[in-house]
Structures are given as structure tokens and as C-alpha cells.
Design a protein around this ligand. Sequence first.
Ligand code: MLT
Length: 394
Amino acid sequence: MLPLNPALLSGEDYLFARIAAAAAAEQLRCPHRPVLSLGIGDVTRPIAPVASEAMRTAAAELASEGGQRGYGPAAGYPFLQRAIAARYDGLPCPVTPAEITVTPGSKEAIGALFSLWDCQVPVWVCDPAYPAYRAAAEAAGHPVFSLPCREKDGFLPRPEAVTQPGLIVLCTPNNPTGAAMDLPEMTCWVRFAGESGSLLLVDTAYAAFLTGEALPRSIFAVPGADRCAVEIGSFSKSDGFTGVRCGWVVLPEKTGCGAAWRCRLGSHSNGVSYPVQRAAEAALSPTGLRQRQQALAVYRQNAENMLHAFRQMGLTCAARRPGCEAPYLWVRCPDEQGSWYWFHRLLRECGVVCAPGAGFGTMGEHWLRFTAFGDPRTTAEALRRMTRLFPAKA
Ligand code: MLT
């Protein structure tokens, strides 16, 4: 057999596949008690009616005489590039439609981006962080280093920890901790990247969960970021597109990486399907943005209920900044036992799935992540079951 990519030989499945396997085993062990998931951050509210209608119309258009579109542009249809670019209007770094690439989602975009640079370029990944960053960087052959995000720093990484220039992956608001950067913190990273010759890869998949003006929704809120930052956006969590699949990359020309990116796109991608791009365009219309808020309100209410319930159970939740209503609750394990121990205990004793913090990095040990993307009734039932393990205080 030919040698396989060593980065794929750890023998350990992706975190959420391991969680799903444990949940399925528990369902078999205890068939009469439905396992309830507060684990993977998967959406449960319907997609916006206006997006669904746009998808239907686009599908009908493709089926009409003369409506066949064939291959679409690899970087996305101009109508969606324009709609996405308009979201950045008014920021200090202007974003043009030509700098937008429509992608099938953040995970796919991240994997593609790591192949742009020489594989000797170091990649700095927050710890804890969404596990796909490290996995994709390692699979692309990069040396990967950890950027510790400590509780005492509000779970935010610090530039001092970066000891050699490279690609620095940031996510704000953060998955799994819910920490969100303010403008001075973002500015500090942009200055550091500019001075050290690094490039920031900024994942904003959860930016729709920010409210008010205190916390920036984009790295391009910082002057000069267009020289040293690439941003990754997604419709998954804001618009219920986890299964529809659509996101985008903003790769500013001033980074000097545009030609390599276009070269890669041309040979690796035929873009995202036309009906999905029409749905994404509709999701960004005034009606779509209004309908988005209805779904987000449900998740925000879940998060609030969860925070209240966890506090009553005597559990410690990581503090959040005002203006950040991240859809994840980052909860300290109740004792010195590890996060996988508590994951299995919750699953076995309550039939409730969470995500063990250790799955997001070594610094995530002793923490558990709970998603607020669940259906409200399921979420309430899961919280009720948890009081068996953690009796609510009066
Ligand atoms: C999460 O739950 O953190 C992710 O959204 C799941 C994934 O994309 O793999």
C-alpha cells in the first residue's frame, strides 16, 4: 500500500464523529430514553422562507427551456459577491465584490486556504478552538502551534505567544468559549500581523450573534487589516445553512495572495450550486435579515435559559462580554475529573450530549461546551434531566 498522509493516521475520528458514536451507543443501551443533544452546534430552526423560495425559483429556472446555467463562476455569481460585499460597506477597509469567493462553507474554505502557502509556514491555532483548524492545517502539512486562550485573559489569545511569523487563525465570537474580541484587541492583532509579517485568518461564523456596536463583526473594522487578514464567513449558523452549505472568503488584493487563490480555485472548484447562491442572496435581503432575527431570537433565548439553569445547578459558566450572545455555553466541569469523564456521565445518567472541552484542545480540559442551537423543548428537557446530576439550588 502506498504511504498515506501521516496527518490522517492518528486513528482518532473527528470530535463530532466521536460524540455522535457515543450518543448512538447510548441510544442502543437505553432505547426507551431519547438521547438529547446539546453537543454539535447544529441548527434546528427552519431556513428563512424567503431563502427557501429563492432556492425553489432558482431550481425551476434551471429546469426551464433556456434556463440551464452550466458551470458557474468558481468564485461565485456576481449577484452574491455583491450582496456579501455590501455587508462590509462603511468599514475602514473597503471590500470589493471581486475580493469575495463564495464557498460551500467555512470548513471547506479553511481546508482550501491552508493549501495556499508553502507547507513550511507555521500555523498558529487557538487552544481551545474549533478542531477543524488544526486538522486541516496538519493535513496540508503545516507545522501547527498552539495559542493558549486562558480563563484569566477572558479566553482570548495574546500576540506575545506567537514566536515566529505564520498564519494565525482567530475566531470571534469564539467557538467553543464564546469569547469575542473588541476593537482594541483586534487592532492589536492587526498591528502584530503587519509588523511580524504574519497573516490573520479570521473566522466570523458566529458574528451574527453580536449585538450593538461595541464588538466588531469583521476584522476589516480595523484600518490596515486588508494588508494582513483574510476573513471567512458562513451562512451556516446565522441562516440555518449547515446542511445547505454556503459561506464566503474575503481575500483582499492587498494581501498579495489573490493570484495564487484564483489559480487554486480554477483547478479545484466549480463553485457552489446556483439555487444555493440564490438562497444565500435572499438571506441577505432586508426580508431575509428580518427572518434571520426570528431564528436567532430562539437560540438567544435558549442560551439565556441555559445560563440561568446552569447557574442554579451551581455550575460555573465562562463570562461573556456585553453584546456577545454566542450560541455556546462554556461550562467548567464540576470537579477535577476530566471533560470526557463528565461527557460520559451526563450521557449515561441523563441521556444528554455535550461537547467535552478536551476535544477543542488541551486548554479546553475541565470544560464542557453546550450548544444553544437546539429546539427549545428539547433544550428544556435536557436541562431538566441534568438537575438529576446537579440538583438545582433554591
Ligand atoms: C461545532 O459544533 O462546533 C461545529 O459547528 C461542528 C462542525 O462544523 O464540525
